[in-house]
Design a protein around this ligand. Sequence first.
Ligand code: NAD
Length: 476
Amino acid sequence: MAAPVTARTDHLIGGERITGSGERIDVVNPATEEVIASVPAGTAEEADAAVRAAAEAFPAWAATPVAERAAILARVREGMKERFDELAATITAEVGTPITFASKAQVPNPLGIAKGVLAELAAGFPAEEEIGNSLVVREPVGVVAAITPWNFPLQQIVAKIVPALAVGCTVVLKPSEVAPLTAGLLAEIVEAAGVPAGVFNVVHGTGPVVGEALVSHPLVDMVSFTGSTGAGRRVSALAAESVKRVALELGGKSANVILDDADLARSVKLGVAYCYLNNGQACTAWSRMLVPADRHDEAVEIAAAAAAKYAPGDPASPETRLGPVVSAAQRERVVGYIRKGVEEGATLALGGPEAPEGVERGYFVRPTVFGDVSPEMTIAQEEIFGPVLSVIPYRDEDEAVRIANSTIYGLAAGVFSADTERAMAVARRLRAGSIDINGGAFNTQAPFGGYKQSGNGREFGRHGMEEFTEVKAIQR
Ligand code: NAD
């Protein structure tokens, strides 16, 4: 079973560890259904105290020389490297991420993101610009409320707090109440790196209580939110009252567009892997596979055979490729979508709503593949967030592009073709923020974010740092 979880679970407010007012939220290991820890159910008062601490710490942190901020953040990155195994084991214990994926992506990606930010600082970010008689400078936006989900609990936090702190903002983090332990470990690392009191604060708790208190707070200058599109809408509406800047990284229903000249076996197998990333719980998951109609049956057969190799099992075991989904509620949601797919007439090629065989406990879902999915079906439109693939046939390239662009989302996509130029031309027609051609590797320095209801703004690298700055023009 997973390594014991050692993370601190209290709030961090103004440099003080605060145990909270009494009520607690249990953290459950989704593979064992056991309670492994609990965190305080934070209150609006605790959120307020953290915001005040961040506001008080802001002027001095903003005025701290860049080299000093960079040295502290380099220590944060070193701390993550030193505690790599602990971080990976904690993610596996609270999210159910297979340990192999936690070690190959969930911890390395944040290290890459932090490295990119440090490189930008070293290269002189933010550069000043002359426009006519104006000097244009970038300054930190101020106090940032960072609100994050459970599925990549380290990456999503690092993608916000490292660039925000780097440019001179102070931060109040509200991590997901479903997976708050990774945030607890990171808070220890940040403290040990010498980040001054009040510059980085953590308040545990639920979205409606702590999240909304932060979003509505008059001393918060910016909200950086990652989560579901529904919660993102609510955050936007609340933030609009005080005209706060809001950056949103929301849901997705990404298409894998396999063109008629692609290597079908390779593109379908990779497509299944990208759909099932993190047990199907990745915002970028290629949950729709678009295939030429005359190769649909062959594609479904390859997909079902590839998906069948994802036997549900203990995520702490290095052999496991498919762990549980994060909670009982999430399992109900995913199984509900599988039933809906059957009801709406899609062909169930693998899996189904029944509990998988061979696992007695845990929130497991059968790896599922649907064929003959039409673009208007629920399973082709809504984010399922589980190991469920929808294979959709198309007649020609124009129709493939039209179907790919036919959801409210626009986060990511894949394009496969024997002709890279052809794939590039299709990539340019897709309304999504991040497109991989023939399995192009994830890049933690390139801007990451969504079109349409997948969000506003970009994370990672220079683009991610710009999000946390204000632009000032000084005329002479
Ligand atoms: P969620 O929206 O339920 O919760 C995300 C965070 O928002 C949590 O910390 C939660 O407590 C908080 N929250 C919820 N309601 C709130 C409110 N009214 N006000 C303020 N905060 C509130 O999402 P989740 O279930 O934790 O995560 C899964 C979702 O996140 C999926 O939709 C996924 O696509 C999305 N996601 C997007 C990206 C991206 O980069 N685009 C990355 C990962 C996950």
